[in-house]
Design a protein around this ligand. Structure first.
Ligand code: IMP
Ligand code: MG
Length: 181
């Protein structure tokens, strides 16, 4: 499947993403004003570009940590069974935590990850997703902040991959197959 030929059509420009991140960062800084040190937790690997841009717009003391949950593998379908592959390095008990995800699709990943982190008793636990595909939801999950709501399209770029490719595109594009199966 992944060796089918495809092209990428731009959906969200780098400029629009940057403008939206500025707005989101202001809202987040408002919510966490006065925090001792916010722990910003990026979900590997898809959020690495987003978290890098987001923390640089955040006018707050932050610590950055990463968590890896099992993902799609090389396909386009969610496995629905989420496992933690790499845990945080730091402690979050009593701390303010913001989980940063690339896309909420079926909702399984963030549902599982937020439950997992909640068992460690953070003071506040919030989440942000750059993209949301609400029409694909199988379990109810809504991030506290969302960058853009998008239709049911498979997207790549700005950290997001298709079979580990296209993460380095500076914009979000949608995958369009050019040959029938
Ligand atoms: P969920 O558990 O179905 O909500 O899936 C979330 C994860 O699926 C995201 O972190 C992405 O890694 C992946 N994903 C969902 N939609 C897409 C897409 O359009 N392109 C690439 N990865 C996606
Ligand atoms: Mg992911």
């Amino acid at each position: 499947m992944t060796d089918r030929k495809y092209v990428i059509d731009q959906m969200i420009s780098a400029k629009s993403i940057a403008a939206r991140i500025e707005e989101l960062a202001k809202e987040i800084a408002g919510e966490f004003a006065g925090t001792d040190k916010l722990v910003v937790v990026g979900l590997l690997r898809g959020s690495f570009v987003f978290i890098a841009d987001l923390v640089r717009e955040l006018d707050l003391p932050v610590e950055v940590d990463f968590l890896e949950a099992s993902s799609y593998g090389d396909g386009m379908e969610s496995s629905r069974e989420v496992r933690i592959l790499k845990d945080l390095r730091g402690k979050i008990e009593g701390r303010d935590v913001l989980v940063v995800e690339d896309i909420v699709d079926t909702g399984y990943t963030l549902t599982h990850v937020t439950k997992f982190l909640a068992t460690r008793k953070p003071a506040r636990l919030r989440s942000i997703a750059l993209l949301d595909k609400p029409s694909r939801r199988e379990v109810p999950f809504t991030a506290d902040w969302t960058g853009f709501t998008i239709p049911d399209e498979f997207v790549v770029g700005y950290g997001i991959d298709f079979a580990q490719r296209n993460r380095n595109l500076p914009y979000i594009g949608k995958v369009r197959f050019t040959e029938a199966v």
